[in-house]
Design a protein around this ligand. Structure first.
Ligand SMILES: *[C@@H]1O[C@H](CO)[C@@H](O)[C@H](O)[C@H]1NC(C)=O
Length: 350
């Protein structure tokens, strides 16, 4: 009793720290707003439903917001639902979120933004300490009627980052989408777009499925489009994705993409819409760590362009069941590209 009283008094006297329980859309908005003047620490429940009546940006441009749980997370399996919520953390601000989070969008709604669920600006950090799931979030690139013919592109169906985006639990992206409209081609990064200054860490792997970039003329990296750094430290899956090229992953020049700690990867049912490279288009540095299995990906499954380095791990396999449309090699390697393929890698149906 004494200890409890003492600790809550202690918290009250720490300057710049606010405490409260976040239960509603307004509570969450208020916590984000308070970061304009101070660091903020609040509690949130793993069974909370934070539902905004309309699509709402939760924006922070300074300080740190920490959302803790009072529950014992080692025995709780719930997650905080965020409905109609987009997080925008810019200008060096930092968000640390302890509970598992489930972002739920609306299949009928397409928002005209970069990063339909989370936007992280240069120098800023968004860190989820547990699982993150984002589902049914879609972006579009609609021009308003008065604008000129300038090409107008939005990237990152679910997440856009030029800062640090980190998920310590499992990261799951389902039905993220980018919709092109009229003369504006769709942007890149169906689930995740990483800009040149951006970096992403998925500490327990990532699963991306049922994600599409639609309409002609653009849209690379149906799962992840990377111009910065991506590190993945757990087994991962990329399934049922489509894009112009790099249906699962597009890794740009000077970008680095590393699977680490022996993490395996599974790629299935990938289609490149009107270009090349159904699992991976690599212009930079790309390294697998554990075995990789490619099933029913269009040929070429991997495209390694001039000057790129691609390292495929032992015991990986390329399997094609629909033999009719195989028109080429599993891996397309440009003259000056480095691709390492261990002898234990197998090719079935190519
Ligand atoms: C959310 O923020 C983006 C800018 O990042 C802006 O374009 C959009 O209009 C905002 N949406 C709402 C509903 O405020």
């Amino acid at each position: 009793m004494y200890t409890k009283l003492f600790s809550s008094l202690a918290l009250l006297v720490i300057p710049g720290v606010a405490r409260g329980l976040i239960e509603t859309c307004e509570d969450l908005q208020a916590a984000f707003e308070l970061t304009q003047t101070q660091d903020v620490v609040d509690e949130i429940s793993t069974f909370g439903d934070i539902e905004c009546p309309m699509f709402t940006n939760m924006t922070m441009t300074s300080n740190t917001l920490t959302l803790n749980s009072a529950e014992d997370l080692s025995i709780t399996s719930g997650s905080t639902s965020l409905i109609n919520v987009r997080l925008e953390v810019t200008n060096g601000a930092k968000l640390v979120w302890e509970t598992s989070v489930f972002f739920l969008g609306d299949e009928e709604v397409e928002n005209n933004v970069n990063g339909g669920g989370v936007f992280v600006g240069e120098g800023s950090t968004v860190r989820f300490l547990n699982d993150v799931q984002i589902r049914d979030v879609r972006i579009t690139n609609e021009r308003d009627g008065d604008s000129d013919n300038a090409v107008f592109v939005r990237d990152g169906g679910c997440v856009w980052t030029a800062g640090f985006f980190r998920v310590d639990g499992e990261a799951t992206f389902t039905s993220c989408a980018i919709i092109g409209t009229g003369e504006s081609p769709p942007g890149s990064g169906g689930a995740v777009f990483v800009d040149a200054t951006g970096s992403v860490l998925f500490n327990q792997g990532v699963a991306i499925s049922d994600t599409f970039i639609t309409n002609d003329g653009g849209g690379d990296g149906g799962g992840i489009f990377n111009l910065g750094k991506v590190n993945i430290k757990g087994d991962s899956r990329f399934e049922e994705l489509s894009a112009r090229s790099g249906a699962a992953i597009f890794n740009g020049e000077d970008a680095s993409f590393n699977f680490r700690n022996g993490a395996s990867a599974f790629f299935r049912d990938l289609s490149n819409r009107d270009s090349e490279g159904s699992a991976l288009v690599n212009l930079g540095f790309f390294k697998f760590s554990g075995p990789v299995l490619f099933v029913d990906a269009e040929a070429p499954v991997i495209v390694a362009t001039e000057g790129s380095t691609t390292i495929i791990s032992r015991d990986s396999a390329f399997w094609m069941f629909e033999n009719d449309d195989v028109t080429g090699e599993a891996i397309s390697v440009a003259d000056s590209a480095e691709v390492s393929i261990p002898g234990s890698v197998s090719f079935v149906g190519f």
